[in-house]
Ligand binder design. Structure first.
Ligand SMILES: [Zn+2]
Length: 560
């Protein structure tokens, strides 16, 4: 009997573990913590130990976990959020682009020309001038041409991708080296833009980009590493602790691996592997092998990327009805539908998460069709397939997302009437279809899970700017009318899309995405409470500190 009582006492002692547990490494107190847990509870404090949240609650509940070596951070009422999760971004390729001839800052053809000229002068040893980030609406009808480049650089080939990466602008030298002339046929899923006499103008769309891209000097490992480092620096400043890498070749996976091995990776990375539209299901074995090879603690590569179509502004998005300015033209798909379906089915069977790029209503429908077919043939599983971009969505397809368990991977920053919409989208779709653009609220009300991403370097990586636009459907920079205001989202939904739903998308909601006991302590401190300021102020909010697994990886330099 005595033994049993002793045993019981011991058990009771063990159950009140707070007194017995290791003291916390870090305690954050006197904060406004939006936990993004299941009930969207607020807390005031939390304790971190071994990289995880040990306790979340009030100051009184958490302070007993302090020991002599515990760092205690009094935040004086500042807001804390889980680290942001960017669900569609190109960290390595984007980072490499920022180190090349970067045209993202140009707002006119003249500014673009000056940047190209300067880059050429600064890099006399480069055999190719490679870069990107030019904006289609800066040029008449979105169409710069080879002569404009020949005027700047004629003796070396020039290759510049548009900001949306769906068009390449090249000079005559590059066309000559690629042997592209009036007699060259368009590849499937691509277009060589031509003038009335059949001559290439210097613009290559979608699959035609590869005709020149294959000639470019290969990117070195060092350049990939520098690109990733540049991106990570920016991500830490913006409070991003997890990313969904939207298109990873083996070279890109290897760059993440090197960063993880050297301890410089400050992001959880879930990578979507590049799928070759010219190859069928025979490529799946290779992708499975890469998935096994590149499985680390922070890095995983268990998703596969399928480009269904292109972009509306390049007339390459696949539409159900024709573009108004091109009778009979319904845009492009990157693969014939039966081939895309069999590839999707094979990838799903190999337990890859499917990640589609789909912009036009026909592209989105085909993506859903292929997922539906995969479920029919392989059975339903917890796959969490997702479709990114979702620009023009047919009403009939909205309920299919929830029914098929497909996540809507949205880029909230794109949902206002910018020059792409005004000059290159509304005129080619007409008023009726233009009301169906970025229907975020319809998705939310249909019960679809929304995850949010930046698509950087296509657009800004800053989640604050995206959240503001998702809330207001207005530019975060210029005053203006709300565009399709009925599709506005609310703040809790947008914050969930940038945190817990991103974690769900990457199957990591058990360990990240919210501030809850047992999860990794990935969190950020903001300079203002997003719930207490006008929505137009959100884009001016700054991240003061970013923590990954309880370790400070970014601090804005001022005392917290
Ligand atoms: Zn992308």
């Amino acid at each position: 009997m005595a033994m049993r009582i002793m045993g019981l006492l011991l058990l009771l002692l063990l159950l009140s573990t707070d007194a017995w547990a290791e003291p916390a490494d870090l305690i954050v107190k006197n904060a406004q913590v939006y936990t993004v847990d299941g009930s969207r509870r607020w807390a005031h404090a939390f304790a971190v130990g071994n990289g995880r949240f040990l306790k979340v609650g009030t100051d009184e509940q958490v302070m007993p976990l302090a020991g002599p070596d515990t760092e205690v951070l009094d935040l004086a009422g500042k807001m804390v959020l889980p680290g942001f999760q960017d669900s569609h971004v190109h960290p390595v390729a984007g980072g490499v682009e920022t180190l090349q001839c970067d045209l993202n800052s140009a707002e006119s053809p003249q500014q673009g020309a000056a940047l190209i000229r300067k880059y050429g002068e600064d890099h006399p040893d480069k055999t190719w001038i490679v870069g990107g980030g030019w904006a289609l609406p800066n040029y008449p009808e979105g169409q710069p041409n080879k002569a404009m480049l020949d005027d700047i650089i004629a003796d070396r080939p020039v290759f510049l991708t548009s900001a949306d990466a769906h068009t390449a602008w090249v000079n005559s030298k590059a066309l000559e080296l690629a042997q592209i002339d009036a007699t060259t046929a368009d590849p499937f899923g691509g277009q060589i833009v031509r003038s009335a006499d059949g001559q290439p103008t210097g613009l290559l769309r979608e699959e035609a980009i590869k005709l020149v891209a294959k000639l470019l000097p290969t990117t070195t490992d060092e350049e990939y590493d520098q690109g990733l480092a540049a991106c990570q620096k920016l991500a830490r400043q913006l409070g991003i602790t997890s990313v969904f890498e939207a298109n990873a070749t083996e070279s890109i996976l290897a760059a993440y691996r090197r960063a993880e091995d050297s301890g410089t990776l400050t992001l959880r990375v879930t990578a979507s592997q590049t799928v070759d539209p010219e190859l069928g299901p025979e490529q799946v074995a290779k992708l499975e092998q890469l998935r096994d090879t590149y499985h680390g603690r922070l890095l995983r590569a268990d998703s596969a990327k399928i480009f269904t179509d292109g972009v509306i502004e390049g007339h390459t998005a696949a539409l159900l009805e024709p573009y108004l300015d091109k009778p009979g033209d319904r845009g492009l798909t990157m693969m014939e539908y039966p081939a895309m379906e069999s590839l999707a089915v094979a990838l799903d069977r190999a337990k890859f998460q499917l990640h589609f790029h789909a912009i036009g209503d026909r592209g989105i429908r085909q993506s859903l069709d292929s997922i539906e077919q995969a479920q029919k043939l392989n059975g339903q599983r917890d796959a969490r397939h997702h479709i990114a971009h979702l620009q023009l969505v047919d009403e009939a397809d909205i309920p299919r997302f929830r029914r098929l368990g497909v996540i809507a991977n949205i880029q909230p920053l794109w949902a206002y009437r910018d020059i792409y919409i005004e000059k290159l989208t509304e005129p080619v779709l007409g008023p009726d279809r233009s009301r169906r653009l970025y229907p975020f609220r319809d998705f939310l009300e249909s019960g679809t899970i929304l995850a949010a991403g930046s698509d950087w370097t296509v657009s800004s990586m800053n989640p604050m700017e995206a959240i503001e636009v998702g809330l207001t459907r207005k530019s975060y920079e210029k005053p203006g009318e709300a565009w399709l205001p009925e599709q506005r989202l609310d703040l809790p939904s947008l914050l969930a899309a940038y945190t817990i739903n991103g974690a769900y998308l990457t199957h990591r909601e058990g360990e990240t995405g919210s501030i809850e006991e047992g999860k990794f302590a990935d969190f950020i401190v903001l300079d203002q409470n997003l719930f207490e300021i006008p929505s137009s102020e959100i884009s001016n909010t700054h991240v003061l500190a970013t923590y990954l697994e309880g370790t400070l990886v970014f601090s804005k330099g001022q005392k917290l």
